[in-house]
Design a protein. Sequence first.
Length: 117
Amino acid sequence: MTQHRSDNFFSKVYALVEQIPRGKVATYGQIAALISTPRAARQVGYAMRTYLPNRPTTPPDHTIPWQRVINAKGRLSIQNPHVTAREQAERLRQEGIALEERDGSYRVDLEKYLHRF
DNA sequence: CTTATGACTTTCA
DNA sequence: CTGAAAGCCATAA
């Protein structure tokens, strides 16, 4: 059974994102590494983008805590016309995560909030 | 089949 | 600390 390593890539991403507990975050690179493709951090971002609103086809829509996935610098990388970084920040705050705001961008203290799988 | 496109990361200045 | 540049690689077209 030839399983190319990219088979189910998005599914694997979603499966891991679902595991991030409330009040914690994970990075794109961290997720990528966990599915044996440590250089595919960007593709993890693709998976998050694909699932968002206007994409009824993709899996468990509202069940996926996409807001908990951020970049390696602890910043929010979201770029979606329908969902802004501010909205993501708000969602995270509601989960008890403190965000430091600087010039319209937000930063999370990974030392505190990074989830260890 | 080939190209283009980036919710990224790391390195270096 | 910031930012540019290069590398990465699953999808979309």
